[in-house]
Design a protein around this ligand. Structure first.
Ligand SMILES: [Zn+2]
Length: 468
């Protein structure tokens, strides 16, 4: 009887302790974009959260199979976003500004974005805003992002932050199982100790005590990454230009420093950045919309600065990384004589930001042993990089984060073993979400929560994608 019970348990317990094979073993077939080239009709085998193998021949495994002629890309790593603001529709500024201090004080901005954002947070909408914003990123292939600000500075970040995309600020899954362990500091700007406020009526983005906190964190090795908005305005703007000096005086120019924007920086500044190993994130669309010009990235690259690409936010930048890639490619072709190739842009959205954030041992490329953060996209062009920078949001057919299929066509999600889905319209195409991955409830419930609250501010909910 004991022996029979043991045999019975060996069989049944194995079945009970192991999720269905279809849930955690996925075999993707397509044109795999790897750091060493494209594997035409290759195979990516995913087991649980990790990529087990990337091969030319079909591996002999039991798994849910998705066979396609699509491209398979690594998920994007977005180092510059303000996702909770992405519930708002596009904001068309009434004028071009000289620097960010101007528009952030403008009444039209305060009325249409800043005040409504504060009101939504006050009415406990953070988790709805977070789900909407993370999905907006995910459906364009972003699997890791930075910039979700906490609803209350003195309270722990809500647990809804876990799930969907990896949040570099609060929870990536790389540094333990609880939120708030991430070695990342994200500063909005600089007004360090001993310096007057940048504008008479603007108290500054970094009070002296915060500057001390950041400095100690950098010196003690607490941070792997120190991200700071800097020199955001016209290239010749005095405020924008002065901030690189402030950064250096505050001892914030370090190998872990990532400068966001840097529009006011010149060749000598880029040379100093390169010498110390600081990096730069370029957000061209938002810069052009607000200031009429953007960072001299050709000079930055010429000086050897490590350069990543990110969308800033959807009110004045792109809706997500995929849209910013398209914008940057058009900009490079028309304004920079093609000085930055589509392959470089792809790297600036994947391997480069993963390297900057010191997470490239885990994500940013498709290789054995990496986490399974990947997406599939229809093949409309023979060149994988040209395909990417000319894509429409509806070309994305499947997005997987940490081995979990989160978004895609209903057919793909079902093939990948997902059992419960929710329909979502992206452009004119029907797509689906994995219901189990939605940690804060259904997408339709999130929309139903946000819509009337925004309507009370005379604002429409922003689009989940912009179609072209
Ligand atoms: Zn920004």
């Amino acid at each position: 009887m004991v022996r029979f019970g043991t045999i019975w348990c060996v069989t049944l317990c194995a079945l009970l302790s192991e999720p269905a094979a279809a849930q955690n073993r996925i075999l993707l077939n397509g044109n795999v974009v790897t750091p060493s080239g494209i594997i035409q009709s290759g195979w990516v085998y995913i087991e649980d959260s990790k990529i087990v193998s990337v091969t030319e021949a079909k591996p002999n495994v039991q798994a849910s199979v998705i066979q396609s002629d699509d491209y398979i890309y690594p998920g994007f790593v977005d180092l510059h976003n303000h996702p909770v603001y992405n519930v708002f529709p596009r904001w068309t500024p009434p004028q071009l500004y000289n620097n960010r201090y101007e528009w952030r004080r403008a009444q039209t901005y305060l009325d249409t974005i800043q005040k409504p954002e504060v009101d939504l947070i006050k009415s406990n909408e953070f988790c709805d805003m977070d789900e909407f914003a993370e999905l907006k990123e995910l459906i364009g292939g972003t699997t890791t992002l930075l910039g979700i600000s906490k609803p209350a500075r003195d309270k722990p970040v809500p647990s809804c932050i876990q799930g969907l995309a990896r949040n570099l600020d609060w929870y990536t899954g790389f540094y333990g199982t609880s939120a708030g362990q991430e070695p990342v500091a994200n500063a909005l700007g600089i007004t360090p100790k001993g310096y007057p406020p940048i504008a008479a009526d603007w108290p500054g983005d970094m009070p002296p005590e915060r500057a001390d906190e950041f400095r100690q964190g950098l010196q003690s090795g607490q941070f792997n990454l120190f991200v700071i908005h800097l020199a955001e305005g016209k290239r010749t703007d005095a405020e924008a230009q002065s901030e690189f000096g402030l950064l250096k005086s505050a001892q914030f120019l370090t190998p872990k420093t990532v400068i966001i924007h840097g529009v006011g920086l010149g060749t000598a500044d880029f040379a100093e950045m390169a010498k110390i190993g600081a990096s730069l994130v370029w957000s061209p669309r938002s810069n052009v919309v607000l200031y009429g010009e953007t960072t001299d990235v050709v000079a930055a690259l010429r000086q050897g600065v490590t350069l990543a690409l990110a969308p800033d936010w959807s009110p004045t930048g792109s809706t997500n990384m995929l849209a910013e890639l398209k914008y940057a490619n058009d900009y490079a072709m028309t304004k920079l004589s093609g000085a930055i190739s589509s392959k470089q842009l792809f790297e600036m959205a994947t391997t480069v930001p993963a390297h900057i954030a010191q997470i490239d041992q885990w994500v940013g490329s498709i290789a054995d042993g990496k986490y399974a953060d990947v997406f599939m996209m229809k093949k409309n062009a023979m060149d994988a990089y040209a395909n990417l920078v000319s894509a429409s949001p509806a070309d994305v057919t499947l997005v997987i984060v940490n081995g979990v299929p989160v978004y895609g066509t209903a057919e793909r999600l079902t093939q990948a073993g997902v059992t419960g889905t929710e329909d979502i319209m992206v452009c004119a195409d029907k797509r689906a979400l994995n219901s189990q991955a939605l940690t804060n409830g259904t997408f339709s419930a999130v929309v139903a929560q946000l819509t009337p609250k925004l309507a009370a501010e005379n604002i429409a909910l922003g689009p989940i994608a912009e179609c072209n």
